[in-house]
Write a protein that binds this ligand. Structure first.
Ligand code: PLP
Length: 364
């Protein structure tokens, strides 16, 4: 058996609508992008969604709009994709990592307050693997210290916690439509917010700071080339219609993995009560001494796996720039170096999943 790590759930209908846009000759953001933005906002029960070229772009624009400048500190997690903290560096601000919770892998909210200084401006949590951090608790911390929350919701489009969805309690949240995500246009992202002023500014900034006035283009502030295309929007609009249906399939597979590995000495992230998990990724945490061997064994059995993530602070660039050492964020390191991400996508058959479970158990 050969089981790939990824398989985007694209249907003939998605291809048809995208083809229609390509044939229409109008590729720049237009009516379909607007329709996708309004349907996405409705789905997320938030006022505004602004499509961008990536989640990285949406995070960067959020930091700009929140006024992050050189020397400001942004509290975030080391257990994420590098884009989460790279955007902080784009603004010449300082990423201040806080270690993660050992049971969930999420930013440890009990350790945040100790890292707040006069320079702290933002808290940037990541809803890792599809599980949201406790936004109600984080909001209390942020309000007490007069800080702004910007959410990295790249994994969490379907997620909820305590009835809260991405963007609802924060300045803004960033979604990703990168090829590995639950709905995808190859690349793409969105900034979602309940503030109309922020949404308008994001629309300006994603288009080089340019807006049409009386039929003429004028540039009002220094923006970025962070917009997307109509065919990306069409593809996403089509997938958004069945997002909950696809999520049900993901959830089924996710729960089956959890049940299969429970009580076997294989750890995986704990899910908090009152959580709707986006079921973006299922990771197992295995003794780091055995991890790479087990991945090789699985690869030989035809099963592609991945790692999410080696901790950011130990990436060569971050080590060099900030002199981070092994041991600086021990829990993120332990989890990161134990992680194997297993295939999880709607097209994965029960038979394929059964085979993966059997092989993982065998390897152990
Ligand atoms: C947690 C996290 N944040 C941010 C990003 C960046 O998303 P994008 O590729 O859309 O810029 C990713 C993408 O893999 C991610 O996994």
């Amino acid at each position: 058996m050969k089981i790939g790590f990824l398989k985007p759930a694209i249907t003939n209908q998605d291809i048809k609508v995208m083809n229609k846009i390509i044939r229409s000759g109008w590729f720049a953001p237009g009516k379909v992008t607007e329709e996708f933005e309004s349907k996405l906002a409705r789905y997320l029960q938030i006022k505004h969604a602004v499509m961008t070229s990536s989640a990285t772009a949406a995070l960067h624009l959020s930091l700009i709009m929140a006024g992050v400048q050189e020397g400001d500190e942004v509290i975030t997690t080391p257990l994420s994709y590098v884009a989460t903290s790279n955007v902080i560096l784009y603004q010449r601000a300082v990423p201040v990592f806080v270690d993660v919770n050992a049971e969930t892998g999420l930013l440890d909210l009990n350790k945040v307050a100790a890292k707040i200084t006069k320079k702290t401006k933002i808290i940037l949590p990541v809803h890792l693997y599809g599980q949201m951090v406790d936004m109600k608790k984080l909001k209390k911390i942020a309000t007490k210290h007069n800080l702004i929350i910007i959410e990295d919701a790249a994994h969490a489009i379907e997620a909820q916690r305590d009835g809260v969805r991405p963007g609802q309690l924060s300045f803004s949240a960033a979604l990703s439509f990168h090829v590995a995500k639950n709905i995808t246009s190859g690349q793409g992202g969105a900034l979602v917010t309940s503030n109309g002023g922020y949404a308008q500014r994001a629309e300006l900034l994603r288009r080089d700071g340019v807006r049409n006035v009386n039929g003429k283009r004028h540039m009002f502030e220094l923006g970025y080339k962070y917009d997307a295309t109509e065919f990306q929007a069409a593809m996403l609009l089509s997938q958004l219609k069945r997002i909950e249906q696809q999520h049900q399939k993901r959830n089924l597979l996710f729960q089956r993995y959890a049940k299969a590995f429970s009580g076997m000495g294989v750890d995986f992230p704990k899910i908090a009560p009152r959580t709707k998990h986006a079921c973006h990724m299922f990771v197992v945490w295995i003794d780091p001494k055995k991890r790479d061997k087990i991945r090789k064994f699985l690869a030989k059995a035809g099963i592609d796996t991945s790692i999410h993530y080696d901790p950011i602070h130990l990436e060569p660039y971050y080590r060099k720039q900030f002199n981070y050492q092994r041991g600086d964020f021990p829990i993120a390191e332990k989890l990161g170096f134990s992680t194997i991400t297993l295939p999880l996508y709607p097209a994965l058959t029960m038979e394929q999943q059964g085979y993966i479970i059997k092989k993982v158990k065998g390897a152990l």
